[in-house]
Design a protein around this ligand. Structure first.
Ligand code: FES
Ligand SMILES: [Fe+2]
Length: 305
């Protein structure tokens, strides 16, 4: 897949050797992207003058070019790491900070075995809102019964939201199913009834959010493009035994939920940038509903924003 991270065009590719690499998607000849979108390829041939690269980034063909001048040419790779839950991190710097390993967070997420879930579907969208409003909205249970009255309220009503663990690098909450509503599959055998009876919503500061339950992981890649535009690539992965019809219904549900959130976030963006908006800022709801927003703002002030 191709993706632009902080203005750097990146080509994320699994090589013939099984290794994931984050290659530069800038042709070494005169700068054209060597690939677009997502899919499968055995080589990357630049559409401008047909320089051709192997999937590990090595240059194979450079027409009409003295081989001696291209001996050192290849698509360079950015540092890449995969965490214990299967999430991929790419740093567009040669000197990245190590990925934080957050023990409380890992303990909470590990029983769901996210890394072994089956990737099913992804969509990329651009929402006309600020990224902070997007992640705050994702991480609070207060709006579930209002914005999502027909979609989520029957499954995870606001009244059953409760604060989960948090720390300097992350925050979380649980959205619990009402009595009689169960997870669509039992998921990992070692999960407890309590874990099967709710979704675990988490944010690794600043931009990574996801919703995890026994059957699914809905994971959101959030890339701020500007103050009022945010790229969102959301994906659904499923427990290995989950039937296709349940997967399809879940993807439809997430499309509906995301549309409802996008609509409200695009409406409030206009107000949040109003000069007087600060003067009218009111109190937050209780910790179980909106304590995650307090955690996020503690993080933001700790890092100087
Ligand atoms: S820019 Fe890629 S081959 Fe010329
Ligand atoms: Fe929502």
């Amino acid at each position: 897949m191709t993706i632009t991270i902080l203005d750097e065009p990146v080509l994320l590719v699994r090589g013939d050797d099984g290794e994931l690499r984050a290659l530069s998607n800038i042709c070494r000849h005169r700068g054209t992207p060597v690939a677009d979108g997502e899919g499968t390829a055995s080589t990357f041939t630049c559409p401008y003058h047909a320089w051709s690269y192997a999937v590990n980034g090595e240059l194979r063909v450079a027409p009409f070019t003295d081989p001696a001048t291209v001996a050192d040419c290849r698509l360079p790779a950015w540092p890449l790491a995969v965490d214990e839950h299967g999430f991929v991190a790419v740093a567009v710097t040669d000197d990245p900070a190590p990925l934080p390993s957050i023990s409380v967070f890992n303990t909470e997420l590990a029983p769901f075995n996210t890394a072994e879930m089956r990737f099913c579907h992804a969509e990329t969208e651009i929402w006309a809102c600020n990224w902070k409003a997007m992640v705050e909205n994702f991480m609070e249970g207060s709006h579930l019964s209002v914005v999502h009255r027909d979609s989520l309220h029957p499954l995870t009503p606001s009244r059953l939201a409760s604060k989960g663990p948090s720390g300097p690098e992350f925050t979380s909450y649980y959205s619990t199913f009402p009595a009689g509503v169960r997870s669509t599959t039992p998921g990992e055998p070692a999960l407890t009834d309590e874990q099967r009876g709710r979704s675990f919503l988490w944010q690794r500061f600043p931009t990574q959010v996801a919703c995890q339950n026994a059957t699914f992981c809905a994971s959101f890649l959030v890339l701020p493009l500007s103050i009022d535009r945010t790229l969102i690539r959301w994906s659904v992965s499923a427990f290995r035994d989950c039937p296709d019809e349940i997967i399809d219904a879940t993807i439809d549900l997430w499309r509906e939920i995301n549309g409802e959130d996008q609509a409200v976030l695009e409406r409030i963006h206009h107000n949040l940038v109003a000069p007087s908006a600060q003067d009218y800022a009111g109190p937050l709801a209780d910790d179980d509903r909106e304590g995650t927003i307090v955690d996020f703002h503690r993080y933001l002030s700790a890092v100087g924003h």
